[in-house]
Design a binder for this molecule. Structure first.
Ligand SMILES: NC(=O)c1ccc[n+]([C@@H]2O[C@H](COP(=O)([O-])OP(=O)(O)OC[C@H]3O[C@@H](n4cnc5c(N)ncnc54)[C@H](O)[C@@H]3O)[C@@H](O)[C@H]2O)c1
Length: 334
């Protein structure tokens, strides 16, 4: 008789229940350490344009050698969905059993993306922000902005959060929601009326916007600020002023991916204002202790991420492990 093969299917809520932000930060640190040590196979993601519908679907596979995690994320960005009242992003992650190549789970990838993107900034903040950081500013009151704040609050004792969004209604909704979130997120979440107001007292800044121009002025930054810049993921997008990039110590998720996709670094490089050696480290090198964390109280540090499949695949594997333990999701016979 043929053996019966099953696939565990997990919803967004299952993913949320299975892995906390604290755990995701730990997992993502390990994944980046493997990536930077050459212990992961991660081809540059395939971007498949769907011109007829003005969308793009990205295929993001990864294999992590040490933890034996294998899988792929499929994520679509279809801006015209807004016209039909639909989300612009849909994503699915498939976990494949490394020993046999058998697909063993399929899970919602939209919350997982927000979780792992927050977790990367949480890891970077843990390693690079001042230990006495108490105030955070978030630019972009969208999906990512929410998990950015959660992650920073996980690794630092945050007393106050500022949010700035060009859409003031979105910022107000965000503040109302995050104020009541509880856990380590403070009740003091304020809407900033300008970028300057948001950053004036910020020790940590997260930029999670769709902007194509810098979202704050370099001259408004405090000494010793740590910045997580996660929004810009194409060569044309930009969130961080060139002056800030030039004077910051720059740490990235992946050198290769950032030089292919990160406008925040590509734009100043193409203007001859920085060279490729301006990237001081990959986050995985800092995790492994190959490169140092923060050097001084006044140093400005910048973590630039475009997102890497090792984050998705490692966190998805942890979701599956926990889901199997607590019986989350449904098993479907293939
Ligand atoms: N680095 C990564 O790993 C990673 C992962 C997921 C998403 N992203 C990127 O992060 C960005 C945000 O994603 P999202 O899902 O939260 O999008 P979203 O549409 O839910 O939210 C983006 C928000 O940014 C606001 N905004 C745009 N320009 C702004 C500006 N100049 N100043 C302040 N706010 C501004 C918009 O009004 C919107 O509320 C996107 O570009 C997305 O592709 C990156």
């Amino acid at each position: 008789m043929n053996p019966r093969f099953t696939l565990r299917v997990l919803s967004k809520d299952d993913v949320r229940r299975a892995v906390s932000m604290a755990r995701a930060i730990e997992i993502v640190k390990g994944a980046f350490a493997q990536l930077s040590a050459g212990k992961a196979v991660v081809p540059i993601r395939t971007q498949l344009p769907v011109a007829r519908h003005q969308g793009v679907t990205l295929f993001m596979p990864a294999y992590l050698n040490e933890t034996d995690d294998l899988g792929v994320k499929i994520v679509s960005v279809f801006p015209r969905n807004l016209e039909q009242g639909l989300p612009t992003i849909f994503a699915l992650v498939v976990v494949v059993e490394a020993g046999t190549g058998r697909p063993i789970a399929a899970m919602d990838g939209t919350y997982l993306t927000a979780l792992r993107t927050g977790a990367a900034s949480g890891a970077a903040t843990d390693l690079l922000a001042r230990p006495d950081a108490h105030v955070v500013a978030v630019f972009g009151a969208g999906t990512q902005g929410r998990t950015q704040l959660e992650a920073v609050c996980q690794v630092r004792d945050i007393h106050r959060a500022w949010v700035f969004d060009t859409n003031m209604e979105a910022a107000a909704r965000y503040a109302g929601e995050m104020r009541g979130r509880g856990g380590r997120i403070p009740a003091d979440v304020r809407v900033a009326s300008s970028p300057a107001e948001a950053v004036r007292e910020a020790d940590v800044i997260c930029t999670a916007t769709t902007s194509t121009a810098p979202v704050f002025a370099d001259s408004d930054l405090r000494p010793g600020v740590h910045i997580n810049a996660i929004g810009a993921f194409t060569p044309q997008m930009q969130e961080i002023p060139v002056e800030t990039v030039r004077r910051a110590r720059v740490v990235v998720d992946s050198r290769e991916a950032c030089w292919a996709e990160a406008g925040d670094l590509i734009i100043p490089r193409d203007r001859g204002l920085i060279s490729e050696s301006h990237i001081d480290a990959e986050l995985g090198e800092v995790v492994a202790g190959v490169k140092p964390g923060r050097a001084s109280a006044n140093e400005v540090t910048l973590f630039k991420s475009v997102g890497n499949a090792v984050q998705d695949v490692s966190v998805a594997r942890e979701v599956l492990v926990q889901a199997e333990r607590s019986g989350l999701g449904v098993e479907v016979a293939l």
